[in-house]
Design a protein around this ligand. Structure first.
Ligand SMILES: *Cc1c(COP(=O)(O)O)cnc(C)c1O
Length: 380
């Protein structure tokens, strides 16, 4: 067996990408925006629902930034954000000069805790500042406690930006992730469920919001023949070439979700008999995960040198890439000074957690190599 590197999360091509890119080249449509972008947006819109308006952008991060702008978040405002996430969820809060307020996870879904969310909202209001928005995350594709969280947000009348970057294809009670908040965002980075090489999308629920998003994403040009601007603009629109890759990739969406889910059940079988390992999975059948990344918690056994970092090193020795969970935002040097509400749940998950190879391109041979490392490490 060869020893080529197994990566954590790669997508696979449908073979149609080339055709769409070629068309963009032939028609010399190489700008941001264009026919591929419109087509890609329409295909996504069909995938979601008629009430969802999709704006294709150059990254998921830009989509979060635009959502904050559209919600009127300004310097000095406070924005609540789930602490256990990738830094791209929180960075745009700083772009606006606003203040992130971090909220812990709960142990069932590893996502934002309803209990600490409400504590945080009440305390911020008491301190004189009602949060302007809440950024929630469906971590590794697993939906958060949608009903609890949205009920709290509604009670205090605070809009939600649903970071669905990792959750394209996931749903809660049959409704797709990305459509619960005032805004949802997707990412088409190279490691996500489908890719445009680099790209993202903003999901909104009105044509007006979509038009406003495009306005900001294309340098805020006023209606005039000459270039006139009355607002700060951004260069955030998706390019027609990247959208071509997306059109090829979207043909793979169902396939990629099934492949990632099959990998999840491969891990489930494998870890069933290993007592000190817990596989991250959905709470019950209301939750449907694309299982973008599989993660486990390893309960350390001191005398056997068993812990998540040693497991990662064992994988590394076999040229297999694994990674710790996202380091919680409130522990990051850049975010440490900001308020945090919680009880160290995310910290504990971070200490014991490990993400395992989950790409939709994993082969049978790759899985045999992964299984070998696990069996040897846990000695069964
Ligand atoms: C990937 C990711 C993003 C950002 O997406 P980009 O397209 O890379 O900018 C945001 N949030 C989460 C949780 C992500 O995993």
């Amino acid at each position: 067996m060869d020893n080529k590197r197994i990566y954590l999360s790669l997508s696979q091509q449908s073979g149609f990408e080339q055709e769409y890119i070629q068309k963009a080249l032939e028609t010399n449509w190489l700008t941001s925006g264009g026919p591929n972008v419109d087509d890609f947006e329409n295909k996504l819109q069909n995938y979601f629902s008629e009430e969802s308006f999709i704006t294709a952008l150059n990254s998921g991060t830009s989509a979060i930034h635009l959502a904050l702008i559209l919600l009127g978040v300004k310097a000095g405002d406070e924005v609540i954000c789930q602490t256990l996430t990738f830094s791209a969820s929180a960075n745009p809060v700083l772009y606006q000069g606003a203040i992130p307020v971090f909220v812990d996870s709960e142990p069932d879904t590893w996502n934002i805790s309803p209990e600490f969310l409400e504590i945080a909202i009440k305390d911020r209001i008491k301190k004189g500042k009602k949060p302007k928005a809440i950024i929630t995350v469906h971590l590794y594709g697993n939906p958060y406690k949608v009903e609890d969280i949205h009920a709290i947000a509604k009670r205090y009348n605070i809009p939600i930006i649903e970071d669905s970057a990792e959750a394209l294809g996931s749903s809660y009670k049959g409704k797709k992730c990305g459509t619960f908040g005032t805004f949802g965002i997707l990412s088409f980075n190279g490691n996500k469920i489908i890719t445009t090489s680099s790209g993202g999308a903003l999901i909104s629920n009105s044509k007006e919001s979509k038009e406003k998003a495009i306005f900001y994403a294309t340098q805020s040009k006023d209606v005039a023949v000459h270039y006139q601007h009355s607002e700060v603009g951004y260069n955030y629109r998706m390019s027609n070439v990247c959208a071509g890759i997306g059109l090829g990739q979207i043909k793979m969406l169902e396939n990629n979700i099934s492949a990632r889910r099959a990998t999840h059940f491969f891990y489930k079988d494998l870890f069933d008999s290993i007592k000190n390992v817990t596989l991250f999975e959905v709470l019950h059948e209301d939750y449907f995960s694309n299982y973008w990344l599989n993660a486990i918690l390893v309960e350390p056994i001191l005398e056997k040198n068993i812990n998540s970092e040693n497991l990662r090193l064992a994988f590394e020795k076999a040229n297999i890439e694994c990674r710790p969970l996202w380091k919680p935002m409130h522990l990051q040097p850049i975010f440490m000074e900001y308020p945090y509400y919680g009880n160290k749940i995310a910290e504990d998950l971070f200490l014991k957690g490990l993400c395992l190879p989950s790409g939709s391109n994993l082969t049978k041979e790759d899985k045999i190599r992964i299984e070998e490392v696990i069996k040897t490490f846990f000695d069964y």
